[in-house]
Write a protein of this length. Structure first.
Length: 367
């Protein structure tokens, strides 16, 4: 079977969707059931070899993958015109769209991944133009897809309700999490956040809670890692200055994998105060790195993390500060959370996610 893949999310500094696709491709290179298949990756990067897309294709032979470079910048026009033309010319048996939408004029079956519906359920988090674009393209794509993958039962319920899709076309495939290789460093009173800076993740509340923590633990540090994509824009440095803790707060837009491993090895607490996620990689990655995790009390958090995290109300600054302080000062509580995380993490493997996704592609391609 010939499987086409929209691979543009592999380019540049990867966020959640890019990492999602990279992990699937990594496992597809190894899975025995991939042997009968060949894959074509489409993206707007110069070159003719998959290695231009970065990991996992820059680590050795690409196996069943070939790369087709398409002109353009990878936006919606590239998707609907350049990508559509190339795929309709190649005519693979099935097409995999890992990021919300695909060319609407494709003449082959498509398996589409929708990671969340924040743009539909919370339009206030987006500019009107971006929100409209996402809502229209995702809705139209979902109506045309042969099969839709979502990454949580929560998103499945939202998709069926908001878009009126038949439940039997929507499959839940949990993403995986990798256990990072950490340097041997001593834990310190470091509170860590990793992820894009979005309004729904309540970074201002985290900064205010951290200010309270420093009154009891003066050596505490807060490190925020992520591209600031907030709308309306949140000036994190200004918020830290206003709280009088600018010397205790560090903001980094990006760190590489080795730098991130050092931060995970040093951190004593990971905080992720999102009020809405389709899945949420960062808390699981922190758990895999042995860092006790505090998350917003949401439907997805209850579905995925169970007792492996400390759940708080995202606007309860005092409660957040109390939970952070307890985890820093109470080794028993940290041990309890990490034991629950160790029991929970085996449910999230990329091997299983890749196998389940491949099965859906095979079924769609054989229809």
């Amino acid at each position: 079977m010939h499987i086409g893949i929209d691979a543009r999310e592999l380019l540049g500094q990867r966020t959640g969707v890019g990492r999602y696709l990279a992990e699937l491709c990594t496992e597809w290179q190894k899975l025995p059931q991939t042997t009968p298949h060949r894959f074509t990756l489409y993206a707007p990067a110069l070159g003719s070899d998959p290695s231009v897309l970065g990991a996992p294709f820059d680590r050795g032979p690409a196996g069943p993958f070939r790369y087709l470079s398409l002109p353009g910048k990878g936006g919606s026009l590239w998707e609907q015109i350049n990508l559509a033309k190339a795929v309709n010319n190649d005519l693979p048996d099935v097409f995999f769209a890992p990021t919300y939408s695909f060319p609407l004029r494709l003449s082959i079956p498509v398996v589409l991944t929708i990671h969340d519906l924040s743009f539909a359920t919370h339009p206030e988090w987006f500019s009107w133009r971006e929100g409209l674009r996402r809502r229209w393209l995702t809705y139209q794509s979902s109506k045309r897809a042969a099969q839709i993958i979502v990454v949580s039962e929560f998103t499945r319920r939202e998709l069926v309700t908001e878009f009126g899709l038949p439940a039997d076309r929507v499959s839940v495939v949990w993403s995986g999490v990798n256990r990072p290789q950490l340097p041997a460093l001593e834990r310190e009173p470091l509170i860590l956040y990793v992820g894009s800076i979005l309004n729904r993740r309540h970074i201002p509340e985290l900064i205010r809670a951290f200010a309270q923590v420093t009154q009891r633990i003066p050596t505490a540090q807060l490190i925020l890692v992520g591209d600031n994509r907030s709308h309306p824009h949140q000036d994190l440095a200004q918020l830290a200055n206003a709280a009088g803790i600018e010397d205790r707060v560090t903001v980094r837009s990006y760190v590489n994998e080795s730098e991130l491993a050092v931060l995970y090895a040093r951190a004593m607490v990971f905080v992720f105060l999102s009020e809405y996620e389709g899945f949420g990689f960062p808390p699981l990655e922190a758990m895999a790195a042995g860092v006790p995790t505090i998350v917003g009390d949401t439907a997805v958090a209850r579905e995925l993390y169970l007792a492996a995290s400390c759940r708080v109300e995202v606007d309860d600054v005092i409660g957040i500060a109390t939970c952070i302080t307890e985890l820093i000062e109470n080794p028993t509580k940290r041990t309890t959370l990490l034991a629950a995380a160790t029991a929970r993490l085996p449910h999230f493997t990329w091997v299983r996610a890749a196998a389940d996704t491949l099965d859906l592609l095979e079924r769609a391609g054989n229809c």
